[in-house]
Design a protein around this ligand. Structure first.
Ligand code: SF4
Ligand code: SF4
Length: 336
């Protein structure tokens, strides 16, 4: 790790320097919410945002994309791999940890070339944040990004203490050598104080220890029926979740019935058709089963880390006001 300091007065020129790499996306206020949008000017950024509605997974797993074109007659196919280079600016630690989890699934387990190429062509710049009443990343160990970013900017009073974690991050520091300075002792003291204070700001707590066991033991618990009766089955909780990564694959034939394209798009385990397989069997036909499945998936440790990074999105955007932590507190028997 390399540490450096960016003074506030140099922030705009540093931001502009990122354009040499590719398009810059950052958090922007959209109506009552926030989203990662392409930004042409530093003034468009809302760096004190609580969370975006759609997480940065959208840069690596597109909500909808064509993955290859095929010609059945000639038995040929042509992959559609994007080469665009982008900078995703202002990513919170929970979302960086979610991308690390996606990397395990999409790169480490069985490389997905579409995902992998986008990861290679993306610079991730993290930014420090403050929790609101929906955040519980501290509970699940994702409130600090140890790695998974190129640069991380920790706000201090007159600018940012920067951590650089990769070659791309070191290069960004090198090309900004006139504006990026050495860290001073007072900067380190302030960084430590701010990190310490931030830990005291969390209002929501979830005990993640043994959660996977608690969930398995709660298979017949009344909690699933209680919340399934409230749930609309809309799938929003999956779409806004930074670790949900199920997708559906469709072959679209052209009218010549020889050529076509294969497309994939985000899917949701909360939708009825998610469990529908050939022959008409649905292995999760009821909302109770789908809700229980989602919570079991989020509490699973099968990727070596819990599948929930505590971002709070599924609670904030649930139209039925189902509170994620409350459900798990009932599962644990902490509340009735
Ligand atoms: S967002 Fe809420 S209402 Fe919609 S499927 Fe998820 S839990 Fe159900
Ligand atoms: S389950 Fe909810 S709180 Fe956890 S990562 Fe997904 S959206 Fe965020």
């Amino acid at each position: 790790m390399i540490y450096a300091k960016l003074n506030r007065k140099d922030f705009a020129s540093f931001f502009e320097s990122l354009r040499k790499y590719g398009k810059i996306y950052g958090p922007v206020k959209i109506s009552e919410s926030y989203g990662f949008k392409e930004v042409s000017n530093v003034d468009e950024l809302s760096l004190d945002y609580p969370r975006t509605m759609i997480p940065p997974k959208k840069f690596f797993i597109k909500p909808q994309e064509r993955i290859f074109e095929f010609n059945e007659e000639k038995a040929e196919y042509l992959e559609i791999i994007e080469e665009e280079r982008v900078v995703v600016f202002g990513v919170h630690p929970c979302d960086i940890n979610a991308i690390k989890l996606l990397d395990k699934v999409y790169i480490n387990d069985m490389p997905d070339k579409y995902y992998q190429k986008r990861r290679e062509n993306t610079i991730i710049i993290g930014i420090s944040c403050h929790p609101d009443e929906y955040c519980f990343c501290k509970s699940v160990g994702t409130s600090y990004a140890v790695d998974g970013f190129d640069l991380f900017l920790h706000e201090i009073s007159d600018g940012y203490l920067i951590r650089a974690a990769t070659e791309k991050g070191y290069e960004l520091i090198a090309i900004n050598k006139d504006s990026i300075k050495d860290v001073e002792a007072s900067d380190i003291d302030e960084f430590k104080e701010r990190e310490q204070k931030r830990l005291t700001e969390f209002k929501l707590d979830l005990n993640p220890f043994g959660l996977q066991d608690m969930l398995e033991l709660a298979h017949d618990h009344a909690v699933w029926k209680e919340y399934a009766d409230k749930c609309f089955g809309c799938g929003t909780c999956n779409l806004v979740c930074p670790t949900c990564r199920c997708y559906d694959v469709t072959d679209l034939m052209k009218l010549d019935l020889k050529t076509g394209e294969r497309a994939r798009r985000w899917d949701s385990c909360m939708l009825r058709k998610h469990g529908l397989v050939a022959g008409g069997l649905n292995f999760r036909p009821t909302r109770v089963e789908r809700l229980r499945n989602r919570f079991n998936c989020k509490g699973s440790l099968r990727e070596g880390m819990i599948n929930c990074v505590g971002c709070g999105r599924c609670t904030v955007y649930c139209p039925a006001s189902i509170r994620y932590v409350e459900v798990l507190q009932k599962v644990r028997g902490e509340i009735k």
